[in-house]
Every structure is written in structure tokens, then in C-alpha cells.
Write a protein of this length. Structure first.
Length: 471
């Protein structure tokens, strides 16, 4: 039986099987005909500078070939290595995104030892077409932003000028179709809705139909887009791993009615046997709640300064005498006679004395593991971190509070969908508001903050206390 003629412009890439008459894995071909035995016969395009000039490739089993459009074949032909072509094909999300690129799209290009953002200017056909069977490779012309490399950091906006620049309507990031989780997380300057929509498409967001979680967006942004190593290096139960955010896990009975972020962090880390292997450059903490559906505590008091000294995988001093600590005790954490809320670690002598008391004899202090080769003769310095932002959620809508300067009253509140114009087919109006009242509240002693009734507090203070999702 004669081979059946193939329809015009059918291309394929060989994905498996042994080499037969020139064809091998990763080769690109054009279908000339199909045989009754389920084989494709066609022309084979090679590699290198003459990749677009075809040769007779012989037959290939249909199940060993993956169909391509002309556009896909031209893009893959630009990749000279057959194995790299198959690697690209094995990442369907990336390959699909590359195939759909058009002029004006934003891309991130690997450049030197880092990654550089750019804009697609043109699709370029590469190679001469000397015959009708030749296939030009396709490449992209990318324009990079013009900037001068400098070792000096650009100075931040002076605190005295920040409010006049940032505060007002149509400031911040413009929200659109469930984008508030992303807007509140990214908040800085004004960004039109279309720019955020383009970013969401590039990230493959499903939030056009449902709400997304900020922690998932943060992981995608840092890992896939910015290619940043995990912010946290954690030791958990003897094993090490990296993370971008830290989720609070604990039992409600371990805390009082109104916990602080410091107490939540200490209790969660001690309960889960978690330590920071290195001092975090940035710490993003998820509160014990599940979106807008469930929250463990009615309100949480922010800690403007977190002391992480006793959460580091380092030598620590005894809570009582200041000598080198050898034990720590989770059950002692809420003890009102021993400064409640502060992590308790003891030297051998103090550990014995403290736990001879009848109220503590049932405790189970745990021996501390110390890293090898670390000096233990000097007391460790206190290591603290400052609060600069809070993400909040109320009825599935995310907003954020941001610190913009060292003054205690330098706080901004951001809502990407504070107002709306022209109903359903209109657009959202983002708004940034100054909220110095946060500084007044956070400047009070911790005891007064925990006793405060959120219902009697100013509106934005109430939202900060009751709706916090991530610090």
C-alpha cells in the first residue's frame, strides 16, 4: 500500500526510540507521509548553523514522535542541543509560556550570574531560506532597561516626604478580579491593574476564579521569578531545610486569650523543635488561621520588635544565672513566677533547682544541642528584628499595613480595592492612608495592649489586631 500524503506543515520531535536512518531523540522533522504500519516519513532538520536545511530522515514510529506546530518547531530548532530540546518539552508550563510570547511581554533572562528583567521587542526569523523546505529558526529580541550598575544603593524616600508621595487615592497597586492577595503583598508605589494582570498570567495564577494564598504567591515570586534562595534556614527535629515563610503551629491551650507575636513564635518553635540555623535577614510569619474561615485567636497583639536570640542554633545563656545553658523547658514558658512568655533555658544546676519545685516536677526539660566548633565562653548578644509590615484579611479581602520610616507613627494602610467606579464593568480605586494612631497604640506597654478592647479602638487599630494574617 502506498504511503498516505500528509497535510501541509506537520512537524514533530522524536521523543524516544533508537536512531533509524538519521533520526534520533531530540531531532525535529516534518511529516511527508504516513505509512499503513503507523510510521511517519519525513525530512529531518539538524543542529548548528545549517539546522534549517532538511535532510531525508527516513521512517519514525508515530508513538515515538510528539507533534509540533510550525511555530513550536521553529522555536525548538533554535536550541542546538537535542537533549536540551527534550528538557524544554518536559516542562510544558514553561514551553507553553515561551510559545505564547508576543512583543511587549515581560520576561526574566538569565544573564551572567544573575537574572535580568526585559521586554520582548520582536520575534526574529534566523537563517536563510534557500528552498521551500527550509525552516527558519525563531528567536526573540529582548530589550533590557537602561540602567547604570552602581555599588551604591539608591537612597530611600525621606520620611518627611513619604506621606505626601504615598498617601491618597489611586496610590499603591490597583486591584482587579481577586488580586488583593497579590496587591497587598507587593504594595509599593502605584501599579495599574493591567500590569498586575500580566504578572498573574505569567505566574499561571488561578485567582481569576478563586482567591489565592499570599504564602503560595511569595514562594512562586521568590523561587521561580526572582530566583532567591530560601530566606530561612531551619533546623527541625535534627534535620535541616529552607523556607520562605514560617507557619505558626501550636495548641490554643498553650497561649493566653490575647497572645503577642513574640509569644506565638517562641511557643511554636519550641513545640516543633525548630531553630534558626542562621540569623534571618527577613522573617515572614504566618498566623494560626486559615484565610477568612478560621482564626485561632480573636485578636493578636503585634510585636514591634522580635527577639530571636533564643531561637538561634547557637550557644545560649541560662535564664537565671547567665552561665552556659544546657537545657530548655517548654512547660516553663507560661510560668507566671518565671517571667511568663520568655523562653526558659537553664544550666545544669539551675535546671535541677527549678524543677525540684512541686509545680514543675512533672516538666520534661530537653537537653540543648550545640553546633560544633562554636565558642561557648562569651554570652551571646541579643538578636532582634523590627516589624515593618503586616498583611491582614477580612471576608476574603486582603489589605496591608506598612512602616515607611523609623518614627513610631510612620505607618501606612493600603487597600487595593478601597472604592470602585462604574460598577461591575468599571475599575477599582486603590487607596493609601496614613495611620499614625497605630504608633500611639503600639507605643503602650504590652500589658495595656493585651488588655485593650479592639471594639473600642480606632478603626485601623482594630483591623490590625483582629485581621492579621502574616507579619
Amino acid at each position: 500500500m502506498e504511503p498516505k500524503a500528509a497535510s501541509k506543515d506537520r512537524f514533530f520531535i522524536v521523543i524516544r526510540g533508537k536512531s533509524r536512518r538519521g533520526f534520533c531523540r531530540g531531532c525535529i522533522g516534518r511529516v511527508e507521509a504516513e505509512t499503513a504500519r503507523g510510521e511517519l516519513t519525513g525530512l529531518m532538520y539538524g543542529c548548528g548553523s545549517n539546522a534549517g536545511s532538511p535532510k531525508n530522515g527516513g521512517p519514525v514510529k508515530a508513538e515515538d514522535a510528539y507533534p509540533l506546530t510550525r511555530h513550536q518547531a521553529q522555536l525548538l530548532l533554535y536550541i542546538s542541543s537535542p537533549s536540551r530540546r527534550l528538557e524544554m518539552l518536559c516542562n510544558p508550563q514553561l514551553f507553553s509560556a515561551i510559545c505564547e510570547l508576543t512583543p511587549g511581554d515581560l520576561v526574566v533572562i538569565r544573564y551572567k550570574k544573575g537574572h535580568v528583567p526585559g521586554v520582548v521587542k520582536n520575534l526574529m526569523q534566523i537563517g536563510k531560506k534557500e528552498s521551500k523546505d527550509d525552516l527558519n529558526m525563531l528567536g526573540f529580541q529582548v530589550e533590557f532597561p537602561a540602567y547604570e550598575e552602581s555599588e551604591e544603593d539608591a537612597p530611600p524616600v525621606p520620611e518627611s516626604e513619604a506621606a505626601s508621595l504615598f498617601v491618597g487615592k489611586m496610590k499603591g497597586i490597583q486591584g482587579h478580579i481577586n488580586s488583593c492577595y497579590l496587591d497587598a503583598t507587593l504594595f509599593q508605589g502605584f501599579v495599574p491593574a493591567q500590569s498586575v494582570m500580566n504578572l498573574r498570567k505569567k505566574l499561571g495564577c488561578e485567582t481569576f476564579s478563586k482567591n489565592e494564598k499570599p504564602e503560595e504567591f511569595i514562594s512562586v515570586l521568590f523561587q521561580k521569578v526572582l530566583c532567591i534562595e530560601p530566606l530561612l534556614k531551619l533546623s527541625e527535629g535534627g534535620s535541616s531545610h529552607g523556607a520562605y515563610t514560617l507557619q505558626i503551629f501550636l495548641e490554643k491551650e498553650q497561649m493566653g486569650q490575647t497572645p503577642t507575636v513574640q509569644k506565638l513564635l517562641d511557643t511554636s518553635c519550641m513545640s516543633g523543635d525548630i531553630k534558626f540555623e542562621t540569623m534571618p535577614s527577613c522573617l515572614i510569619i504566618q498566623m494560626p488561621r486559615c484565610g477568612s474561615k478560621y482564626k485561632m485567636f480573636s485578636h493578636i497583639v503585634p510585636s514591634t520588635e522580635l527577639d530571636v536570640t533564643d531561637l538561634l542554633y547557637n550557644p545560649r545563656e541560662c535564664f537565671i544565672c547567665g552561665q552556659m545553658a544546657k537545657f530548655e523547658c517548654l512547660q516553663c514558658l507560661p510560668d507566671h513566677k518565671l517571667q511568663p512568655g520568655r523562653i526558659k533555658q537553664y544550666c545544669s544546676t539551675c535546671n535541677t533547682q527549678v524543677h525540684t519545685h512541686r509545680s514543675r516536677c512533672s516538666h520534661s526539660p530537653k537537653a540543648l544541642a550545640l553546633p560544633e566548633g562554636v565558642a561557648t565562653d562569651a554570652p551571646p548578644p541579643r538578636r532582634t528584628m523590627q516589624l515593618f509590615g503586616v498583611l491582614c484579611i477580612q471576608t476574603s479581602h486582603f489589605v496591608s499595613f506598612v512602616k515607611y520610616g523609623p518614627d513610631p507613627h510612620s505607618w501606612l494602610f493600603f487597600d487595593s480595592m478601597a472604592d470602585r467606579h462604574d460598577d461591575e464593568k468599571g475599575y477599582s480605586v486603590p487607596e493609601v492612608r496614613a495611620c499614625p494612631e497605630l504608633g500611639d497604640f503600639l507605643g503602650q506597654p504590652e500589658e495595656e495592649q493585651t488588655r485593650a478592647n479592639p471594639a473600642l479602638a480606632p478603626e485601623l487599630v482594630c483591623r490590625l489586631l483582629c485581621d492579621s494574617y502574616m507579619y
